[in-house]
Design a protein around this ligand. Sequence first.
Ligand SMILES: *[C@@H]1O[C@H](CO)[C@@H](O)[C@H](O)[C@H]1NC(C)=O
Length: 419
Amino acid sequence: MPAWKSLLSVLALASTAISCAHHDDNAEVVPEHEREELLKKWDQEWSFSGIASFAHLRPVKCLIEPTEHYDIAIIGAPFDTAVSYRPGARFGPRAIRAASARQMSGTSYNTRAGINPYKSWAKITDCGDIPITPFDNGLAERQMYEAFLELGSRKIVNQPAGVAGRGIGAKHPKLVTLGGDHSVALPALRALYEIYQKPITVLHFDAHLDTWNPVRYSAYWQSEQTQFNHGSFFHKASREGLICNSTSAHAGLRTRLTGVDDGDYTTPGPEQGFIRIHADDIDELGPMGVVDAIVNRIGLDPEQPVYLSVDIDVLDPSTAPGTGTPEPGGWTTREFIRILRGLEKLNLVGADIVEVSPAYDNKGETTALAAAQVAFEIITSMVKSGVDEELGGWYGRREDGSGGVGVVEEVESAPKDEL
Ligand SMILES: *[C@@H]1O[C@H](CO)[C@@H](O)[C@H](O)[C@H]1NC(C)=O
């Protein structure tokens, strides 16, 4: 190489180095009018397009963005190494996000509730997933706890009005966790206890109790880690004093019990901190009767935080087959949605939808669709409680007592002989 040539290449190298060092100075700025044009032209997603965040919300890895703020966050907890039967719920968050595709902010007016939760006061963000180890459940517990505590301790963006604005939760964002097996609720409750500094009311929809003493699985082979499993986490949470024993409720129960009698229902201990509403009770009570039983127990105290935990197996396997421990004889999706709508005045500070295990789902994504809808109803309630206006809605009970049963417009029926 002639000397001049090598000098040139040295200069070229140097200029590359300089342009790298001063990258920002040379960064191209898109003129505003061009940006506007681009947004008009391309800033659109179809229900079936885009990278699968929940309801097409802007995805942010909130755990690595400490300045990211929100009023409600969706957070995935892809964890399933604490299950007793079929594993696979680590794929739940992905499946629920994919199944939420038809929830677009522009087309998500919830007729049952009278509000579009994605176009109201709340900033809602999909915070991605907690990267939970599948190799060490003790470590997984800690990772989840730290993540829930961090995300739940951030500053909110918009002050809620209405009942949510007057309650203990007014200054804190709300997390909606997509599980994951049900044990993710334990670190979630630990974080909420830390944030609210008091025992939390738990409203638990499930076919199972999940308050089992861990000796149920083996009285002989015990370790600290065998206590952390998807059937005993409420037992542990109760022993740790995280659950308010006088206000919590199970709903949708139909599981077989341990032993030869109803000892799980009568033995003193953490098992008894909940009232029990059985799946079959809906036949006598109807969905709104189930709602009344729950509200009577839990109350509407704005100073008492409520955690809503939904195991998708509360639904019948015909409407939610893709789950770890299915139990025939559950509620339909419609019944459950109606119950959830009736609970919109509860003081929710957080929620989870767990045990969606897509490997056992069918090609129509039945279970994941149900879970995405449950999340939508919960988010709707969280947003609606922060609105300073009586919105009513088909199922919403109005302050004047006129709600409860949907208002059906009278349709003039055709004369009988014409039919
Ligand atoms: C709830 O009951 C359990 C079991 O009886 C107990 O260990 C726990 O401390 C109680 N929780 C609170 C908050 O009082």
